[in-house]
Each structure stands twice: as structure tokens, then as C-alpha cells.
Design a protein around this ligand. Structure first.
Ligand code: 4NP
Length: 157
């Protein structure tokens, strides 16, 4: 079982998008039994006010035929670092915030930026600020496929 946690800032736009896009991908490939997937955010606010998935992300799910369930924002905790095998963050700020929450170095090399599995690397831009959920979707689409390819090439699945 490979345990994957997608992490962004608010846990209402990008990381739930990555969660359900990746879930759909592995279901299509018949690999669901090999994975446990979840998402979390580094800031507490949305978790405290029990915010659900952003309407812009839900609109993408519907348009791209990505099945999803409602998700209530959840704060990333230091224990998540021990539990999950891969902590896939969306941008450099998430990386800094996760390191600050775990309060130690990533000595198990679990924390990666999602797009670092792609040829071009980079940050998944935050549609909360850009308003561009399509751009985020295609980054997430490419990143999750590149991550799965990485696991296959390394013989992890
Ligand atoms: P996300 O976007 O990190 O992709 O979920 C954000 C959503 C909400 C906020 C910030 C970023 N916020 O400040 O409430």
C-alpha cells in the first residue's frame, strides 16, 4: 500500500483536485487497491471553519468527468509526515510550511513538489488567487500522471 498525501495551503482548491484526479487515474488503471490517498492544507483557517471543496474545483470535476466526494478541509499535522509515504506539495511555500510544521529536515525524502515529477517542474499555481482553475487542472493532470509513471519506473507498483 502506497500512502499519498497531497498538500496545498487552504485544502479547498489544489490538493483536493490532485486527490480526486489521481484517484480517478489509478481507478482507470486498476490500481486502487495499491493506494491510500488523502489531502490536507498547511493553514488552519479552512479546517477550523470546516470549509468544503471550492466551487471552481467542483466545476472542473464535473466538466472533466472526475468522480469526487465532498471533503472538509483538514490541517496538515506533524504526524502525517510519519504516516504517509509521499507528501506531494503544490508549491515552494507549501514545502516551507510543511517543513515548519514537522519542525525537522525531510530526512526520509518524502516531501516533493508535484510538478517535480514532470519535465519542466515548477509550482502548481493557486486558483484561489489566479482564478484560473483550468490551468491548475492541467498542471495537476500532468503532475499526477508523471508521479504514477515515476512509481512504475521505480518498480513501486
Ligand atoms: P488552495 O487555495 O491552497 O489551492 O486550497 C487556497 C484556498 C483558500 C485560501 C488560500 C489558498 N485561503 O486563504 O482561504
Amino acid at each position: 500500500m502506497i500512502k499519498v498525501l497531497f498538500v496545498c495551503l487552504g485544502n479547498i482548491c489544489r490538493s483536493p483536485m490532485a486527490h480526486f484526479v489521481f484517484k480517478d487515474l489509478i481507478e482507470q488503471e486498476g490500481l486502487s487497491d495499491s493506494f491510500e490517498i488523502e489531502s490536507a492544507g498547511t493553514e488552519k483557517f479552512n479546517a477550523l471553519c470546516k470549509a468544503g471543496i471550492h466551487e471552481g474545483t467542483k466545476e472542473i470535476f464535473k466538466r472533466m468527468n472526475v468522480p469526487y466526494k465532498e471533503h472538509i478541509a483538514r490541517h496538515f499535522q506533524a504526524e502525517d509526515y510519519e504516516y504517509y509515504d509521499y507528501i506531494l506539495v503544490m508549491d515552494n511555500e507549501n514545502m516551507k510550511d510543511v517543513l515548519s510544521i514537522i519542525n525537522k529536515e525531510d530526512n526520509k525524502h518524502k516531501i516533493k513538489r508535484l510538478l517535480d515529477y514532470t519535465e519542466n517542474g515548477g509550482n502548481v499555481k493557486d486558483p484561489w488567487y489566479t482564478g484560473n482553475f483550468d490551468e491548475t487542472y492541467w498542471d495537476v493532470y500532468e503532475g499526477t500522471r508523471a508521479f504514477l509513471t515515476h512509481l512504475k519506473l521505480r518498480g513501486k507498483i
